[in-house]
Design a protein around this ligand. Structure first.
Ligand SMILES: [Zn+2]
Length: 423
């Protein structure tokens, strides 16, 4: 499915020196465009000048929150007098990863570092002592000159912090270097067939930063997807209580009050409506959907609410009914057992496990019988349209718009660019 070759061939007309540009995969079904936050430290070791990510022209630059700082004073001092650029290029870098039980002296000896050099390193001022306190997971990078002599040692403990030791004739000078992480907005495009975040990952949201030091991916902050020609957009918004969720530009939640299916099933063994009932031997109306699944498969509440019934109920076998406010209720039958700690009247949240797939009641094999009712009337759970979960409250509407607008504008820019490429 990945159309990388073609994408690269088509990227040339953009004529923009942006290594992170991702082109849309040609695909059937759902097209996806995502903007995501990425944390990166721009100064990779041994790389004299950091790379900058170019954002598409016309895009708001407010996302470039942390500009690259001046090189810290200490490091400049430490670097002075050591390798000139030409000379530095001749250095060979080697990386050692500290494992449990490693001691610095042995690690360096095994890497071929001479004993006097090891001594000089641990005596280096002011940070030499830190070298005797290395921990599993620390990274040590050595820069060796043509003669195999250590010119520089970098001890990296965290993505944004390292100690640098530079050779100055017969001793080493050391400095602590702090490179603030830069938050960047990256964009990607691809195809959804699982979740938004999985698709974002596959679309290359994380591998766009190989040239720099990629630290971690943040959240997808905005997305656009096209389903059967219809354009949908979602923006991430963190409300005043700190809860983050995705909303449409008009402030309605992208989440629905109900999950479509309560169980991971192998197949739908019986749909909703008229069917021949194998046990009754005649046509009957099936008020729910049967999901065949392995016995013991967890069953989840499709919506938040209260357990209205939990127990045995004739043909339903072990049965649970959940009430979701005034209008809605859902029902789950043929369970092998109930999840512990819940009884009639207990509150459940969407996605909570309420029981396990079984074969109790009038059932020909392990499956979940699931019903969806609106004002007491059965509806096809696979067809009924669900209400949205919540909308942005009016008190946060201004804050939401302020956050959403620049991101939607960026999606506009990206969408226009892709449209131009498609011509
Ligand atoms: Zn059924």
């Amino acid at each position: 499915m990945n159309n990388n070759k073609r994408s690269q061939a088509r990227s040339s007309p953009i004529n923009r020196p942006n290594p992170h540009w991702r082109l849309r995969w040609l695909a059937l079904g759902l097209g996806l465009l995502v903007l995501g936050m990425v944390m990166a430290s721009t100064q990779a070791p041994g790389q004299p000048s950091p790379r900058q990510t170019a954002l598409p022209s016309g895009a708001p630059l407010e996302h470039r929150q942390l500009a690259l700082p001046e090189r810290p004073q200490a490091q400049r001092r430490a670097t002075a007098g050591t390798a000139e650029p030409a000379q530095r290029r001749a250095l060979a870098w080697r990386e050692l990863v500290v494992e449990r039980g490693d001691a610095l002296a042995r690690l360096l000896r095994e890497a071929g570092v001479a004993q006097p050099t090891i001594h000089a390193l641990v005596r280096a001022r002011p940070h030499g002592a830190a070298l005797s306190r290395i921990r599993p997971g620390d990274r040590i990078r050595l820069a060796l000159d043509g003669a195999g002599s250590v010119q520089r040692l970098v001890l990296q403990r965290q993505p944004d912090r390292r100690l640098v030791f530079n050779r100055e004739a017969d001793h080493f000078a050391s400095a602590r270097v702090h490179t603030p992480l830069e938050r960047r907005l990256e964009h990607a495009s691809g195809v959804i067939d699982e979740s938004l975040s999985a698709a974002g990952g596959r679309a290359g949201l994380s591998d766009g930063l190989i040239t720099d030091q990629h630290v971690r991916d943040g959240a997808i902050v905005a997305a656009e997807f096209v389903n059967r020609g219809e354009r949908h957009r979602a923006v991430r918004y963190t409300d005043h209580d700190g809860a983050a969720a995705y909303f449409a530009p008009d402030g309605t939640s992208m989440r629905k009050a109900f999950l479509r299916t309560p169980v991971e099933f192998t197949r739908i063994s019986s749909g909703y409506g008229q069917r021949y009932h194998p046990k009754l031997g005649r046509m009957s109306n099936h008020h729910g959907v049967d999901y065949a699944a392995a016995p013991g498969t967890p069953i989840r509440a499709t919506g938040s609410g209260r357990i209205a019934f939990r127990g045995r109920n004739g043909a339903y076998g072990r049965f649970i009914v959940i009430r979701h406010g005034e209008r809605y209720s859902t029902a789950y039958g043929h369970m092998r057992g109930f999840a512990s700690g819940r009884r009639t009247g207990s509150r459940v949240s969407q996605g909570d496990v309420i029981g396990y797939v079984g074969n109790s009641g009038r059932s020909t094999g392990p499956h979940l019988h699931y019903e969806f009712r609106v004002n007491g009337a059965h509806k096809n759970p696979l067809r009924v349209s669900f209400p949205p979960m919540d909308t942005i409250p009016s008190s946060q509407r201004v804050a939401f718009d302020e956050k959403a607008q620049p991101r939607l504008a960026m999606l506009d820019t990206l969408a226009r660019t892709f449209a131009a490429l498609d011509r």
